[in-house]
Design a protein around this ligand. Structure first.
Ligand SMILES: C[S@@+](CC[C@H](N)C(=O)[O-])C[C@H]1O[C@@H](n2cnc3c(N)ncnc32)[C@H](O)[C@@H]1O
Length: 456
């Protein structure tokens, strides 16, 4: 594999994702304005807005995922009871047990760059300080994409390139950004086909990026596929070899970044492609559209492709196509003309399950600047020795957190609801008449939240 490097073509475009300051250095980068240091992770610049927390969170997710796989392996082994005598059943359970253990080892090796020598804190501590990685974006969220991109998905990959190409018409990008590039195949194919001087592929997911990096360097990676509905016994776990058709052409650069705060100077690109991103990213489309606008040079082109299947928790942000058109035009672009085509999606040859999606693609030219919310640089962020001001809202919130933390600490596997309520009454935190009901509601919420956070 190539050594750690940042291409000289991309370096001048990079900016601090927190304060937009100029970045200095050619291996690890640091912001000349706010001093935050951004490491190289697995040889790729780690330009996420809270770099240390994000690294710790992804490391925590890697541990959760490998522990989960080890538990799964033990579960399959435990199912190999003496009364299970059918040879085919025993073979299937042995295959799954072996594959889960081996998969955990392979993921640990592939993502070794996330590990540090430091003893990790509990995942809950990182999450409590600030969950910077959206809980919906797990390490394995888009895992089937790695096999689609680099093993069996030629038809799907070609359809994705064709949709972008058709939308671009005669445009020939010179500086192309692919936001939410996943396992990297579309960026690779567009770079090979359109031959821009520079293609930057950006994603937040270290597993997908680690695969993309190795594919671009023409390495092979062996990873298991666990098809949704296996066609036969052997398809329950298949060790697949991922490979690219050839080493990537020069000028294709991978950068860890968050589409909400991308680490680039305004106007850095003439084309931005957002493949299957606008409806999954954890921000409102209005804000994403303004961000894409700011990344484009005047007259630049935004291509969006995907299903426009918004499932935002806030129903006001779960947009219809008509609203998408309005929002895009309102963010300084021409009004989009949408092209729709039905395409197979994640149709693994080893699975009886596959989806057919109506993929919507549009290309719009930037007509004017969009208004971006200002990100003021606070003095205590610029200078880590500056006192952090105790604002009244922060003091109230901190008190609330202490109370929540105290109640949570009373849950020790022995105390009952009444015991916990009695403690809070004794501490004069709650009146006796209300304590049991309030504690019940709060503990239910705690359990709900805990379940939401177990997603890996
Ligand atoms: C549905 S997948 C599509 C992947 C790829 N574009 C494709 O078409 O195969 C969505 C991708 O967006 C990435 N993503 C989600 N939120 C992101 C964010 N805030 N910043 C950057 N990438 C993000 C995910 O990691 C994932 O790779």
């Amino acid at each position: 594999m190539n050594g750690p490097s940042i291409s000289s073509a991309v370096l001048p475009l990079l900016r601090c994702p927190r304060c937009a300051g100029v970045l200095e250095g050619d291996v690890a980068l640091s912001c000349a304005a706010c001093g935050v240091r951004y490491p190289l992770v697995d040889g790729m610049p780690w330009l996420l807005p809270a770099p240390d927390l994000a690294l710790a969170e992804w490391r925590g997710r890697l541990h959760a995922m490998t522990n989960h796989l080890k538990r799964q392996a033990a579960h399959y082994r435990a199912a190999l009871r003496p009364d299970v005598t059918r040879p085919a059943t025993r073979n299937r359970l042995k295959l799954l047990a072996m594959a889960c253990s081996d998969h955990a080892r392979r993921l640990q090796a592939l993502l070794a760059a996330l590990e540090t020598d430091a003893e990790p804190a509990a995942a809950a501590t990182y999450a409590a300080l600030a969950p910077v990685v959206a809980s919906a974006q797990g390490l394995a969220s888009y895992y089937p994409n790695v096999h689609r991109d680099w093993v069996w998905g030629d038809a799907e990959n070609q359809a994705a390139v064709a949709a972008v190409r058709l939308a671009l018409g005669s445009e020939r990008p010179e500086r192309l950004l692919v936001l939410g590039s996943g396992a990297g195949r579309l960026s690779y194919d567009l770079h090979a086909l359109l031959r821009p001087a520079l293609t930057v592929a950006v994603d937040i997911n270290p597993l997908l990026m680690a695969v993309a990096r190795r594919m671009y360097a023409a390495e092979r990676v062996d990873l298991y596929e666990f098809p949704v509905a296996p066609r036969d016994l052997a398809s329950h776990a298949l060790l697949r070899t991922l490979t690219a058709p050839a080493r990537a052409e020069p000028g294709l650069q991978l950068v860890f970044g968050d589409a909400k705060q991308p680490p680039f100077a305004p106007g850095s690109f003439d084309t931005v492609v957002t493949p299957w991103l606008v409806d999954v990213v954890d921000t409102d489309l209005e804000s994403l559209a303004a961000t894409v606008n700011s990344l484009l040079a005047p007259g630049g082109c935004w291509v969006s492709t995907g299903t426009l299947f918004f499932q935002q928790a806030d129903p006001a942000q779960a947009y219809s196509s008509e609203e998408v058109q309005e929002i895009v035009a309102g963010a300084g672009f021409e009004s989009p003309q949408m092209q729709a085509s039905r395409q197979p999606y994640l149709a693994s040859p080893a699975s009886r399950h596959a989806r057919v999606e109506e993929v919507v693609t549009f290309a719009v030219r930037k007509q004017r600047e969009a208004e971006l919310p200002l990100r003021p640089l606070l003095p205590w962020l610029a200078d880590p020795r500056h006192p952090v001001p105790l604002l009244p809202e922060v003091a109230d919130h901190a008190l609330a957190l202490r109370v929540r933390g105290y109640v949570a600490s009373l849950v020790d596997g022995r105390r009952s609801l009444s015991d916990i309520a009695a403690k809070l009454v004794a501490e004069r935190l709650l009146p006796a008449a209300e304590a049991t009901g309030i504690v019940r509601d709060y503990l239910l919420r705690l359990h709900d939240e805990a379940q939401l956070r177990t997603g890996i």
